[in-house]
Design a protein around this ligand. Structure first.
Ligand SMILES: Cc1cc2nc3c(=O)[nH]c(=O)nc-3n(C[C@H](O)[C@H](O)[C@H](O)COP(=O)(O)OP(=O)(O)OC[C@H]3O[C@@H](n4cnc5c(N)ncnc54)[C@H](O)[C@@H]3O)c2cc1C
Length: 367
């Protein structure tokens, strides 16, 4: 089927970054189309946990935390707006995050003071009161009461439904090539034909380096596999998100509990493994013995758009006019999505950017 078409702005990739970028641009009045090789919201943005904070935020670059902080402020209203428009509830919940690794207490407290984030030290009695099912023996923990979560598969569905009246969404159509003439973008060639566009925004997550590499500049984005398991406990049995030795537990409103996640360098291999399932199960039971009586309901893997510094690439592609990138969000694409989308839209539309953009540029030096 040949479907030649034209648009002002074309977004490539229908994960959370592409969908949010399309939304921002459409809200600003641009003529926007989005092309996605599968269904929207089926890759990393589906597989993720939905914790709205970098894990151990003090370990991250200021550029990541700046996107996260802006997005954290935007999320409650954004989810409300998406729900009102689409009828799909992304289940934003400020369920709080309990960090059970006490080793970096001083760094965490210094970070919280500098960033004006709320963090409290919890002693063992309070931990037992707040999270009675938790068995991990730590004498104290750090409690981040304001950290929220979203149910990300529903977030992307709500985004898709909200923008569909204004954005032409083309699914199951892969972009094979970015078209450039005389140093200017002219659109793309896809499995279904040509799409002409004045401006193109590449939001292709883990697949970004291949697509852009053909133009001679390859951002350092590699797939990093993450596996997760899911239990179906009773609502309220586990109340808060908790984090221990890089493994986290996320309770959803309906009682489902996610445990994640692995960090694996295996290229584009998305299969799950028995070893990861076993290791995640052991951690889950160690933290919450009540899960022993709960069957595992699901086990999946996703490919994060890994970048060495974790700082996403947001901005114009230097060698091609009209071409932009919003990709490489690694472990934090859900928490940094709203700010990343808005920043890209600001740059593309020539508006005052919400954050200084230099740290995210394709030519910016990265730590
Ligand atoms: C196990 C796991 C847990 C995570 N937990 C969290 C968390 O708790 N909090 C958090 O903030 N982040 C988390 N993340 C990270 C987060 O999910 C990602 O950073 C985010 O989803 C990236 O969004 P994206 O839109 O860039 O990528 P994706 O969701 O992967 O979307 C990219 C899209 O581009 C499409 N595409 C690619 N190439 C083409 C092409 N040539 N033509 C057309 N379409 C194309 C793909 O099909 C895909 O749909 C987690 C990730 C994983 C895997």
């Amino acid at each position: 089927m040949s479907q030649n078409a034209s648009t002002d702005v074309l977004i490539i990739g229908g994960g959370v970054i592409g969908l949010m970028t399309a939304r921002e641009l459409a809200l600003a009045g641009a003529d926007v189309a989005l092309v996605e090789m599968g269904g929207t919201g089926r890759q990393a943005s589906w597989a993720g946990g939905g914790i709205l904070s970098p894990l151990y935020p003090w370990r991250f670059a200021g550029a990541v935390n700046a996107l996260a902080a802006w997005s954290q402020r935007a999320y409650p209203e954004l989810c409300q707006a998406l729900f009102e428009r689409s009828g799909i509830d992304p289940e934003y919940a400020a369920s709080g995050l309990l960090i059970l690794d006490p080793e970096e207490r001083a760094e965490a407290l210094a970070w919280a003071t500098a960033e004006d984030a709320t963090v409290e030290e919890m002693d063992i009695e309070r931990i037992e009161r707040e999270e009675p099912g938790l068995a991990t023996k730590t004498r104290s923990a750090l409690w981040f009461p304001d950290v929220g979560q979203v149910r990300n598969p529903r977030l992307t569905k709500a985004l898709h439904a909200s923008i569909a009246p204004d954005v032409h969404i083309r699914e199951h159509e892969e972009v094979l090539q970015l078209s450039v003439e005389n140093g200017r973008t002219t659109g793309v060639r896809t499995t279904a034909g040509e799409i002409q566009a004045e401006r193109v925004v590449v939001c292709t997550g883990a697949w970004t380096a291949d697509l852009l590499g053909k133009l001679g500049r390859k951002p350092d984005i590699q797939p990093v596999r993450g596996q997760m398991i899911l239990f179906h406990a009773k609502p309220g049995q586990i109340r808060h998100m908790s984090l221990l030795r890089e493994r986290y537990v996320i309770p959803r409103r309906d009682g489902r509990v996610l445990i994640g996640s692995t960090l694996e360098d295996v290229g584009f291999e998305k299969r799950t493994t028995a070893e990861a399932k076993e290791e995640l199960y052991r951690t889950a039971i160690e933290m919450f013995p009540l899960l022993k009586r709960t069957p595992i309901e699901d086990h999946w893997a996703g490919l994060r758009p890994g970048s060495p510094s974790g700082i996403p690439y947001i901005g114009p592609f230097p060698e091609v006019d009209g071409l932009y990138v919003n990709a490489g969000h690694y472990r934090n694409g859900l928490v940094t999505g709203p700010a990343s989308a808005r920043l890209l839209a600001d740059l593309l539309l020539g508006l005052e950017p919400i954050l200084p953009p230099s740290a995210y540029g394709l030519e910016a030096p990265r730590p």
